[in-house]
Design a binder for this molecule. Sequence first.
Ligand code: 0RA
Length: 376
Amino acid sequence: VGVKGLNHLIYEIMDNSIDEHLAGFCKNIWVTLNADGSCTVKDDGRGIPVEMHQKGISAERVVLSTLHAGGKFDNESYKTSGGLHGVGSSVVNALSNFLDIKISRDGFIHHDRYEKGIPTVELKNGLLPTIGKTRNTGTEITFLPDDTIFEVTKFKADWLKSRMHESAYLNPGLMLHFKNLRDNEHEETVFHEPEGIVAYVKELNKGKEVMHAPILYKGVCDNIDVEIAIQFVDAFEENILGFCNNIFTQEGGTHIAGFKTKFTGLINTYARDLGILKDKDSNFTGADTRNGMTAIISVKHPNPMFEGQTKTKLGNSEVTGIVSNIVGNNLKVYLEDHPKEAEKIIEKMSMSKKAREAAKKARELVLRKNSLEVGS
Ligand code: 0RA
């Protein structure tokens, strides 16, 4: 009921439109903060189905007033639903003073409206009334959060814009149009990132000294889509962001694990083959190989399992091997095709290894000296 939850209402509606994009039918999403405090999310997808669905109720009513109705209509074309909560628009509806919906489909604009989750429009033969004709298709939802439930009712425009920008990076074919019509805040921005996660990595590394052009790996296996972008900078922090179905996996998971293990393993093999690591040398640790690394690992999974305290840890075990294979197939080729970059990157790992070993020795020396002094 705080401001985070308030903004989340928009994300739930937006995510449905993004699902429609993932299904291959929506190119634009318009999100508008209206002067009256409501928010409009519009897309140019197929439009939520309006035909009679069950017991004389329009399909749209089932989606907007039933928990977990989300993607159950058409599982085949509705593959990569975020699925974090899966209750989406019906929850937004229940938590809104009003929710108004216009669906463009089959040549008509179909209209429905709810107040605090209860429909206020009369159906005719179980069908929604139409309020005009159209050649377009799409869904337009306007809702005003319930001020008796939420502690605050003013959406955070900055958070919303960041989220829209993130969605643009993760969905390169999608255009997200932001508009603020609130008093004294008028603004219009379009988020479109045709370069996808490569552009995301560049943005994260802005102002830092980058060591090479971003590396991009893409692969599909068993209906699971994997995209990885990597760029090293001349710094020591490690910044690896994971996503599953556009959801940021704060707690990591199997995609991140698969990536890290394979990356470290392959670098060690490569460094030994080239004689950078000698027989007497120990391996690079995972942290050695990731010093200065910025990476995005984005997977699209038809049936994601989210675990952990905040359900932001990807749990699907098969993902580890798939990500690992994709890294394995591509990283070796990259290193062989880009010897100059490979040398710079591995040089940095060697430095990290040396620094780590020197620090360990120094620490041991201090501890030994200290124990001698205590003994005497
Ligand atoms: C279920 C089935 C179909 C479309 C949608 C849902 C759909 C939902 C939302 C929510 C926001 N925008 C949306 N756009 C589409 C497919 C219906 C068909 O086969 O035409």
